[in-house]
Each structure stands twice: as structure tokens, then as C-alpha cells.
Design a protein around this ligand. Structure first.
Ligand code: ADP
Ligand code: MG
Length: 614
């Protein structure tokens, strides 16, 4: 019997291997543009047709290739970027695997025109399904132009696997953003057929971010980005985080390391934690964070399509990152500027008590609610417009579009200076306050009207007070006349024992009775009026759920549940002094915008908004 094992022909082997690297048009774009970056290009033009199915063209002004290299470039494992395994640990280029061009040529029809500055003539190579059809000397610009036509022309199964044009285009944009955001010194143009999608001049990272995501709302983007900057032996961190009020459900979040996009769920947690309690629970902050580390200390994924990167000093970098974000949130004073108004305040004589206020008898519409809509509207990001540009193109490509790189002059834009942040000023003699429905405190601001949820405000105030007490171990306790017994199950007692020190710092006083029971002899001053045992059980419950959750500590959980139960309730009538006291203490707290569990405390109605209603 004859042997049955044989080597696959190169064309088949390449097609199989290509599947790893080239999954869709976006992968081609990524590989070509990364090659242009590696070639030192300062200007890269991209054209796609039919979502990249029929054409992906990348033209750069980089260093070009020699005649031999132009041919060699398509060989598998042919690269100019590394020579041995050790080089993998000092990578300065995007590419290093030497398989992208081989893969692309295995599954598409490729034309390459390239010329080095020192050569008179350039090279033209035409290759499809790994077969070279033509190679000749041509006149062309310095740099490199790739045209990749009819992707998967010889692999129908792959072609069928592609999604709708819009989906493929969104993959293309994803790859484009990942490269453009971290190469802001390179100018880019991106065309979808005849539509110009992006025209990005060389600039700095901040301007690049605004040019990509700001679209029609550049001002807002300029206002939302806070700079972060730290430099240590292990890592230097640069970049921007969006202010908490710009947080959104599907936030825009990017990490880069040494000029390369990466996904890093662990560092992502560090960012979220720095924003802890500043944003609503279901929202997330925008961020663009650029790390630079010694290439020896990271392991760039060997897999061509994976973006996870391993760090040697992960924990230390985690802490540095978190601290540096917290610092800039603090430094740039994320508190909105609020000036309490004295003139033009709600016109109410100070002597007149709230009880005497009567609704007008005539023309009174009890259903009219001036506060029916929220003052704060998040501007819709420009996604719809972005995708609105996409329309199906049926024309087929004949010739290379006639682009003049000169027609798009890269220009340097200097960064917009950090705008001066105003600091909140609370006036000593604030105008009188008004309580609406025994629930909201309303007061007048220079810029409009401020409305505060009294319960939530008080939760925030007490929460910070309790945290402070726990941390400074300052208990204010009051003994109870008739001690109550707390009986716990065997597992609950384990958690309860972890809570004990904090509870004692807050003013609780317990006497262990054995058998998982405790005699409750003292409670914190001013604690709510309900049952102490119920309160302790609620606190225990919260502590249980936070036990695994990284984002809150035991302190915070205990302080929060106590604050929740002790805070004044909605429906409780307040005197003018009490309202003033709440306002003063709220604005003295670290975060007057949200409760510890992310609920909104205040809303501002600007003059314009109010005027518009009349
Ligand atoms: P890698 O980027 O991993 O080296 P590729 O298959 O992407 O592998 O490219 C192979 C080689 O072709 C590169 O190492 C580089 O020398 C050359 N090359 C590819 N694209 C360009 C370009 N746009 N300009 C100059 N040289 C290029
Ligand atoms: Mg490459």
C-alpha cells in the first residue's frame, strides 16, 4: 500500500492560513494601514468600495520598497521587522508576523505599486490567489499603493460569511479608529466610494479624538475631556477621560500601549473604580488612555487578531492608573459651577412661612408640571449621521481613483488649552428656599433654578459623614433603654463579624450572647426611628452582596445602608433653615450630583430653559 500523507500545495496552505489573519474587509484595512504606519508614512489615504468587498485601497507616502522586496513581501513569514525571537520583546512596529500580505494575496486580487525615494522607477506587482500575474517597472509616486480587489473571490464560503454592508463598514471604522486615534501625527483620509468619511489632519491626540468623535459637537468634546498624565519608572500614562456628566450607556473607551490598541478588562476596572459614585450605575465614562511601557515588560499577543496584551507589572500599573484618574477628576474640579443667586430670587417675603402660601385661585391648571422634563439632555452622538452616509454602491471599479495626496494638506493643529474651570461659590445670604411637594428643595441660582431631591441629598451627606466616622473611628453613640437581640444564622455571623469594627466606629454597641446572637445596647446618634434589628439585617444584606463586588468596600456598604435608613424621608416638611442646612452640607460634600448608588440628586433649570416655556 502506498503512503497517503502529502504536503498541501502552497496555494491551499496559504488559503487556510489566511483564514486566521483575514476574516473580513476590515482585517485587510488594518493590515495595510499598519504596514503604512510601519513604513513611516505621514499621510495615508484609504478608499473602500462596497464595504471593502470589491476594493480596499491604501496609498501611503512611506519609505516604499525595492524591486526585490516588493516581490518578497508576499511570501509567508517574510518581514523586515524582526529577525529573531528576542526581537519580539522589543517591538517598535505594528507588524512582525510577516504573514499579512501573503494571506491577503491568497484570498484576493492584489495590485501593488511602490517606489523608494532613491529609485527612479517604481515596481508594479499583480498577484491573485498567490499566483503572480505581472511584475514590471513603472512610474509612480514615492511610497506604496495597495489595491485589494474582490476579497475572497476564490473562497465563496468566506464571501458568504460576510455580513451586511453596514456591519462590514462598522468593522472597518472600528479598525480605522483604533489606528487613527493612536497615530495622530499621521494625516488620514477615508473615502467610501465618492463619500468622504474622514479627513484627519496631522495633529495631537486630543484634536484627533475631537475630529473623530466630535463631528458636529466639537465644543462639547473639548469641554468633556480631562487630561490625565503620570510618569513613573514602570509606565507613563497620558490621555483623556470624559467628565462624569458625559458618561453614557455605550461609552467610547480606548486603551493603547506603545502605540497599539489593546483590550484590557482589568485596567478598565481601574478606570471605573476611579469614577465610582460619580456616574449612574448603568453608565460608563468615555476614555482614551495611552500607556507607554518598556516593550520588554509586555507580551504582545502572537495571535494576529487578538488585542489582549499581558503586562508584567499589571497590579502596580493598575494602581498608578486609578490614582492618576482620581487625581485629575479632583484637580480639574468636576463640580459644575454654581452661583447661588441673591438678587432676582424667588420673590417671597422672608417672614412668610411656607404654610401660608396658597395657590392662585384663577386660571390655575393643576396638571401643568413645569418640571416634567429633565433639564439635562445628553446630545446624541453622531452615530446616526455617520452611518447615514453609508449607502449601497453598485458601480464596479475600473481604474485607480485619481487622488492627489497634495489636495489634502496635513496641517498641524495645536492643542486647545485646558479651559479655566470655575469654582462653585455659595453665597452667605442665599435667597429663600422653597419646598415643592415636601420632597424637592428649590432655590435660585444666578444661572437659573436648582432643584434638589431632599432624601437623596441627605443620603449623600450622611454617607460621607459615616465614612468619615469609620475612617477616623469617631463614634457618637446613644444607649438604648431596652436592648434588642440580634439572632443570626451561622453563615451570616461570619459576614457580621467582618462588619463589627465598622459598626462600632459608627456608634453601635453590641454584647455577644453566644449562639450567633448579639445584644444591641447602643446605636449611632440620630439614627432612623425604625427597628434597629431590621436596620442591621438590611445592612447585613447589602454587605453580603458587596462582598464579591470590587467597586464598593465594606465601609461604603455599611455607611450607605445606614445613610439610606437615617436620611430624612420624602414627604417630610422642612423649615427654611433646614433646607439651607441641607444645601450647604450637600455642596460641601465630595459629590453633590449623585447618591452613592448613582441616583441623581440635583437638577438645574437654566434661565433659557425657563424662558422658553413662556
Ligand atoms: P509584517 O508587517 O508583519 O512585516 P506584512 O506581510 O504585513 O508583514 O508585510 C511584509 C513586509 O512588506 C513588511 O515587513 C515590509 O517590509 C513590507 N511592506 C508592507 N507594506 C509596506 C508599505 N506600505 N511600505 C513599505 N513596506 C511595506
Ligand atoms: Mg504587516
Amino acid at each position: 500500500m502506498s503512503d497517503i500523507i502529502h504536503l498541501l500545495p502552497d496555494s491551499v496552505a496559504n488559503q487556510i492560513a489566511a483564514g486566521e489573519v483575514i476574516q473580513r474587509p476590515a482585517s485587510v484595512l488594518k493590515e495595510l494601514v499598519e504596514n503604512s504606519i510601519d513604513a513611516g508614512a505621514t499621510f495615508i489615504q484609504i478608499l473602500i468600495k462596497d464595504a471593502g468587498r470589491t476594493l480596499i485601497q491604501v496609498v501611503d507616502n512611506g519609505k516604499g520598497m525595492s524591486e526585490t522586496d516588493a516581490r518578497m513581501a508576499f511570501e509567508r513569514h517574510a518581514t523586515s521587522k524582526i529577525t529573531d525571537a528576542a526581537d519580539l520583546f522589543s517591538l517598535k512596529t505594528m507588524g512582525f508576523r510577516g504573514e499579512a500580505l501573503a494571506s491577503i494575496a491568497a484570498v484576493a486580487q492584489v495590485e501593488l505599486r511602490t517606489r523608494r525615494a532613491e529609485d527612479e522607477l517604481g515596481v508594479f506587482v499583480e498577484i491573485a490567489g498567490t499566483r503572480v500575474f505581472k511584475q514590471e517597472m513603472v512610474q509612480c509616486d514615492t511610497g506604496t499603493a495597495f489595491q485589494v480587489k474582490n476579497l475572497f473571490f476564490n473562497v465563496p464560503a468566506r464571501r458568504r460569511f460576510l455580513k451586511s454592508d453596514n456591519v462590514e463598514k462598522s468593522h472597518i471604522l472600528t479598525e480605522f479608529y483604533r489606528i487613527a486615534l493612536v497615530n495622530s501625527n499621521v494625516a488620514f483620509a477615508l473615502f467610501d466610494g465618492d463619500d468622504e468619511m474622514f479627513q484627519l489632519p496631522a495633529s495631537n491626540n486630543k484634536v484627533r479624538i475631537e475630529n473623530i468623535f466630535g463631528k458636529n459637537a466639537k465644543k462639547r468634546w473639548q469641554q468633556q475631556l480631562l487630561t490625565i498624565e503620570t510618569s513613573t519608572n514602570l509606565v507613563s500614562i497620558n490621555g483623556y477621560v470624559g467628565k462624569p456628566e458625559f458618561a453614557q450607556k455605550s461609552a467610547i473607551q480606548y486603551f493603547f500601549v506603545n502605540g497599539r490598541y489593546m483590550r484590557h478588562p482589568y485596567f478598565h476596572k481601574a478606570v471605573l473604580l476611579a469614577f465610582n459614585q460619580m456616574i449612574q450605575a448603568n453608565e460608563s465614562p468615555n476614555y482614551f488612555i495611552y500607556l507607554e511601557v518598556d516593550p520588554q515588560t509586555i507580551d504582545v499577543n502572537i495571535h494576529p487578531t487578538k488585542t489582549e496584551i499581558k503586562f508584567e507589572n499589571e497590579q502596580a500599573i493598575w494602581s498608578i492608573l486609578s490614582a492618576s484618574i482620581k487625581e485629575s477628576l479632583g484637580k480639574f474640579n468636576i463640580i459644575p459651577s454654581i452661583d447661588f443667586d441673591q438678587e432676582g430670587a424667588l420673590e417671597m417675603p422672608t417672614s412668610m412661612s411656607i404654610e401660608n402660601v396658597r395657590p392662585p385661585q384663577t386660571n390655575f391648571n393643576p396638571n401643568y408640571n413645569p418640571f416634567g422634563t429633565s433639564a439635562y439632555k445628553r446630545p446624541a452622538l453622531d452615530w446616526e449621521n455617520l452611518y447615514g452616509n453609508f449607502e449601497k454602491k453598485t458601480e464596479t471599479i475600473e481604474s485607480m481613483p485619481n487622488w492627489q495626496p497634495e489636495s489634502i494638506k496635513p496641517e498641524i493643529i495645536s492643542s486647545v488649552p485646558e479651559e479655566k474651570q470655575q469654582i462653585m461659590e455659595i453665597s452667605e445670604q442665599r435667597a429663600d428656599n422653597f419646598q415643592f411637594k415636601n420632597r424637592y428643595i428649590i432655590t435660585s441660582l444666578k444661572s437659573g433654578m436648582l432643584m434638589i431631591d431632599q432624601h437623596r441629598a441627605h443620603v449623600r451627606i450622611l454617607f460621607e459623614q459615616y465614612i468619615n466616622q469609620i475612617e477616623n473611628r469617631k463614634a457618637l453613640s446613644q444607649q438604648i433603654l431596652f436592648p434588642e437581640i440580634l439572632e443570626l444564622s451561622a453563615d451570616d455571623v461570619l459576614i457580621f463579624e467582618q462588619m463589627l469594627p465598622d459598626l462600632q466606629y459608627l456608634g453601635f454597641d453590641f454584647e455577644p450572647q453566644g449562639n450567633h446572637s448579639f445584644n444591641v445596647k447602643g446605636v449611632p446618634e440620630n439614627v432612623g426611628t425604625g427597628s434597629v434589628i431590621d436596620l442591621l439585617l438590611v445592612m447585613l444584606d447589602k454587605a453580603k452582596t458587596t462582598a464579591e463586588d470590587l467597586s464598593t468596600t465594606m465601609h461604603e456598604s455599611i455607611a450607605f445602608s445606614l445613610a439610606e435608613s437615617s436620611a430624612l424621608k420624602n414627604g417630610q416638611r422642612l423649615s427654611n433653615e433646614e433646607m439651607s442646612d441641607i444645601i450647604d452640607r450637600l455642596f460641601a460634600s465630595a459629590n453633590h450630583n449623585f447618591t452613592p448608588d448613582g441616583k441623581r440628586i440635583i437638577t438645574i433649570f437654566t434661565h433659557e430653559e425657563i424662558d422658553k416655556r413662556f
